[in-house]
Design a protein around this ligand. Structure first.
Ligand code: PGA
Length: 263
């Protein structure tokens, strides 16, 4: 079974980039490309994830773009609501600012900022309970892949997710499989290897939720226009989470075009 009827998602993860003027230029360029050759929401959901202090200005700049470009937060606090938590932004505060999407569990958060399973579960629960949609990132390290543990690691990360998602919340979840060794390295998983892992993830999801066949599973890790077409042809790869290449409007747009459904 494959998820080939799923509307793809192409999301640009801007990480700790760019400066304000460059961000505005990037948005203007992207708007122009979308105006010249629109990609409809039936063809592909497009989103960008700027730094937290730029979420509202980016949202404002994208206000009248049709089809809509979704604005995605890169992270959310493990603490819910409001309170004395210096430096944190909760799911409720994102929602209050009309930010409806958030990345959770990116490997950079897991590896550099100590987002362990407990924190990640809290972030998932908080986001879903505040009615945010999440893009939940999973992926194995090079050592884990070389030790033959890739599948086990990724499926465990799916189980961590399943432990906190309520049945009625699954439709607010997108998965992003990002092998850590492929992020920012120029190395992409081969379409065959990526498809194999995506199929395993879908099989796992199908055992957990009736939404398993409808859940978008994105690939991430050095996606660029040159490899997007081949990745998009895989039945269980329903889009891309794009880092480096999303900082160039034309590259990002071409990736979205590669994934956009043509019928
Ligand atoms: P990359 O990053 O496309 O630069 O490899 C992907 C990501 O980390 O989401």
């Amino acid at each position: 079974m494959s998820g080939s009827n799923i509307i793809p998602w192409v999301v640009g993860n801007w990480k700790m980039n760019p400066m304000q003027a460059d961000a505005q230029q990037l948005i203007q360029d992207l708007k122009q490309l979308l105006q010249d050759a629109p990609i409809t929401e039936q063809q592909c959901h497009i989103g960008v994830a700027p730094i937290s202090i730029a979420l509202l200005s980016v949202k404002q700049s994208l206000q009248n773009v049709s089809p809509a470009v979704k604005v995605v937060a890169q992270d959310v606090s493990q603490m819910a609501g409001t309170g004395a938590y210096t430096g944190e932004v909760s799911a409720e505060l994102l929602k209050d600012s009309q930010i409806d999407y958030v990345l959770v569990g990116h490997s950079e958060r897991r590896e550099i900022f100590g987002d362990d399973v407990t924190k990640i579960k809290a972030k998932i629960s908080n986001a879903l309970n505040a009615h945010l949609h999440i893009i939940y990132c999973v992926g194995e390290s090079l050592e884990q892949r070389e030790a033959g543990q890739a599948e086990q690691i990724v499926l465990q990360q799916i189980c961590d997710l399943a432990a906190v998602v309520k049945p009625e919340q699954w439709h607010n979840i997108v998965i992003a499989y990002e092998p850590i060794w492929a992020i920012g390295t120029g190395k992409t998983a081969s379409p065959q290897d990526a498809q194999a892992m995506h199929a395993k993830i879908r099989e796992g999801l199908t055992q957990i939720t009736t939404e398993g066949q409808r859940t978008a599973i994105l690939y991430g890790g050095s996606v660029k226009p040159e490899n997007a077409v081949e990745l998009a042809a895989c039945p269980d790869i329903n889009g891309a989470l794009v880092g480096g290449a999303s900082l160039n409007a034309e590259s990002f747009y071409k990736i979205a075009q590669a994934f956009a459904k043509t019928e």
